[in-house]
Design a protein around this ligand. Structure first.
Ligand code: ITT
Length: 192
């Protein structure tokens, strides 16, 4: 079965495409279907926002859809930036600007515990919906390491290195996204 990936983030498309490809799932991006609508994230949880994106793009594409809503939750910032990870610091910042802002806001804070969280929502051809979640625990470094991955990866330390230093296939085995998609595969295996 073919799924549309309900995201405009090319990094997510790359990672989700690689992980789902290993499961034998064929995917297409909204861009390939000429869909440019950016779904408003009005939910209050990762799961709600993932489902909003999956339902909207499923309807437009007339295809089963898989959406990802994710973010970095830092204990010392009461779980922030969390659902605001992509918008942290406002629209003028890029990935580098956002992790630099995060480092600044973490100055002087000793508790560096954090986790990446990923909610995956899926809408099947018959309208059935599934939501799953994956998390990956780490620590926030005081400086960036590595140029791989995207977003906050250069700061996210999982012993012995950051996500930014991991080969893509290693990140795609252990990440929050990989864990959530692994759960989705378990739920879907008797349905598709
Ligand atoms: P879509 O809504 O179109 O899917 P988005 O990037 O706006 O794209 P989110 O609202 O889910 O998606 O925000 C996710 C943000 O969380 C992402 O932009 C990064 O800043 C951060 N993030 C999520 N997963 C990450 C990962 O694997 N590595 C680094 N940062 C990640």
């Amino acid at each position: 079965m073919k799924f549309v990936l309900a995201t405009h983030n090319p990094n997510k498309i790359r990672e989700m495409g690689a992980i789902l490809g290993q499961f034998g799932v064929e995917v297409v991006s909204p861009k390939e279907l000429g869909i440019t609508v950016d779904v408003e994230e009005t939910g209050s949880t990762f799961a709600e926002n993932a489902m909003l994106k999956a339902k909207a793009i499923c309807e437009l594409a007339k295809l089963p859809a898989i959406a990802d809503d994710s973010g970095l939750c830092v204990d010392a910032l009461n779980g922030g930036p969390g659902g605001y990870s992509a918008r942290y610091g406002g629209p003028g910042l890029d990935d580098t600007g956002r992790w630099q802002l995060l480092l600044k806001n973490m100055e002087g804070k000793e508790d560096r515990a954090c986790r990446f969280v990923c909610a995956i929502a899926c809408v099947l051809a018959d309208g059935e919906t599934v939501t799953v979640r994956g998390e990956c625990e780490g620590e926030l470094l005081h400086e960036n390491h590595g140029a791989g991955g995207f977003g906050y990866d250069p700061l996210f330390y999982v012993p012995e290195c950051t996500f930014g230093e991991l080969a893509p296939e290693v990140k795609n085995r252990i990440s929050h996204r990989a864990r959530a998609l692994g759960r989705l595969r378990d739920v879907l295996k008797d349905k598709i």
